[in-house]
Design a protein around this ligand. Sequence first.
Ligand code: PMP
Length: 360
Amino acid sequence: ERAERYNFASGPAMLPKEVLEQIREELPNWRNTGSSVLEQPFTSTAFKQLMVETEADLRTLLTIPDNYRVLFMQGGASAQFGLLPLNLLRSGQSADYLESGHWARKAISEARRHSPVNVIASGTEQAFTALPPLDHWQLDPAAGYCHVTSNETGNGLQLQEFPELSVPLVADMTSDFLTRPLPLERFGLIYASAQKNLGVAGLCIVIIRNDLLRAPPPGLPTAFSYAAQAEQQSRFNTPPTFALYVTGLMLRWMGRNGGVPAMAAAAQQRSRLLYRCVENSDFYLCPQRPADRSPINVCFQLTKPGLTETFLTEAERNGLANLRGHAAIGGIRASLYNPMPLSGVARLVEFMTDFERKHG
Ligand code: PMP
């Protein structure tokens, strides 16, 4: 039995120990306000300052151009699935969607409740083990926007390149936000829930190009209007204050640890170690096309699927938690978000090698 426990959950994910300690230490008296951050009015000078700093730190980490606004929203990425067509499309206008996996399908079915959707390419025929190549995308030049899922959390796929399109490119980056540098100017909008790479549940970050902000259409609650939230510095209503505070700490943690380039290098190092272990064995199997494999959510199977439950139980006993694959997909999934240290993956690889020796 080992003391240290690593959490490979797809989310909410682990947080760095030093961030957890900072939360604990400053909880009773946040920034000398005499009260905890949980009890701060969101309109207080100190809390407004926290929001300004958080946005500034995010802008620095990602080099966000001045013509983009940062919004702090609630409802998770799942709410964004419906809010995108409601905020971005004119009546009757359709949107293009890349059907790359489980989360893209969720985004599509939710968007379809509000507007026509055109699927530009789909990975269904490959059972979502590969991404449709860019030259197969059947883009509609009249679409209101084109939506992609930059990282398919459940299918273990990552889009490696973002095209320059004539329509606004919109990306769900919930599982790989801040894990690699981005060509921001190619995007109309990016959104990401915070609970994987940059904090806890409750906060969804939206980065939107100014020209896409427009008055809320009838039927859209004002709290979910990008324009209304932009106009009020994301304080149209009470923002998720604690989640914002934790994201602030996470952004500073990333800044101290080399920023996005260092996060990207660490993600490559971690995932290479794990994919190599899978590749070098006949006991483990990764059906994903190598070029499309995600460095963030590494999905693999046991060639003897009957051993999956034993694998998961023994892993848990060894301090390797939450390795079960997505409910709809099965197998094993190791989610390697920014706070996951290389030592966690090294331990997993060691465990996998031992397990194969015992059961192979
Ligand atoms: N998109 C992707 C790619 C995800 O991984 C998730 C969460 N697993 C979501 C959307 C949904 O996020 P939320 O639960 O915050 O709505």
